[in-house]
Design a protein around this ligand. Sequence first.
Ligand code: NAD
Ligand code: ZN
Length: 355
Amino acid sequence: QVLARPNLALWVTKDHKIYQKEESFPTCPPDQCIIHVKATGICGSEIHFWKSGRIGDCCVTHDIILGHESSGQVVQVGENVTGFQVGDRVSIEPGVSCWECEQCLRGRYNLCPKVVFSGTPPSDGTMRRFVAHPARFLHKMPDTMTYAVGALIEPLSVAYNAVIRAAPYLGQPVLIAGAGPIGLAMALCARAAGASPICITDLEENRLAQARSMGFEQTLKIDLAWDRLETAKRVREVMGTGCVPSLAFECTGAESSINSACYALEDGGTLLQVGCGKPDITVPLMSLGFREVNIITSFRYRLSWPVVIRLVAAGVFGDVTPLITHTFPIEKTIDAFETCADRSKLAIKVQIVDE
Ligand code: NAD
Ligand code: ZN
């Protein structure tokens, strides 16, 4: 009996420890469903909360349960919930917005000031066997979609939102800086939207090899000894004759990478900042002004789940499973975190699964 299994949860402490502890089975509020979580990806931000205790102003001040990239099966349905039944397979949208404030009412619900985001302080997340989640933020997935892929809808949504914000056009030369899970998801989305050629940069050869195996031939291994102009020149060389990027998706958050992207862009181009770095980053704003370079940002996602599920199911991105390099059973969640944090393990997306 699945429901009798211990509700193992993964906690992070403010003094940089993670531990697993058994929780009681959740009670089901009227507008929520209880999900048996079957797959959860580890996000780089979670390694950060563990190792550094904070991201920007968002601090781990007490023990919380991590996790926000999950899919699973409905095992209990709240009394006010319509449209879901026990057994439904769902992908979980982790940002529960208030649906009452002006941003929510305008549809920009990713900017809701009252959002409760799974696994981000002070809210508990989905890295447990059973979790209650509002039905409004559960999305059914087709029978053909595995739970592993259902848990990739979250990072793909980050990329989808950025693509919607930047709207690349067919044949637009695009630079993607950073080949982590977000950069690679970005590449899949940008390619699906018609961007071509796509140049992907990273510091690590294994990540670029992953990009090439996914069909992105134009990769550049960055040497931090290069200055921004040198890096920009090399990006343009990799893109090929006549192809200067007019759009860059910056997916590292590193100051040097942001600067290089600014110089690699053609005049009038657009930098879409996805990566999160230190709060204050220096860019050559005046020089960008003389070149009419646009800088725009993208934060999480809104209204992405149904579309991204449909696009993945239709094969529009191609095979997304190569993003997942490591899988651990829920009992081995600590090992999963250690693998994710250890660069020598060459992980891209590490997932925790439960049958
Ligand atoms: P990641 O750390 O796995 O990947 C970042 C990659 O950038 C690494 O492979 C690293 O080697 C590479 N890199 C670092 N410095 C570089 C440089 N100077 N030049 C080229 N490559 C460099 O992280 P991820 O999970 O792929 O996430 C990427 C970024 O996106 C993170 O900063 C994350 O916080 C951010 N993010 C933003 C949103 C959003 O809503 N905007 C959502 C999720 C993640
Ligand atoms: Zn709101």
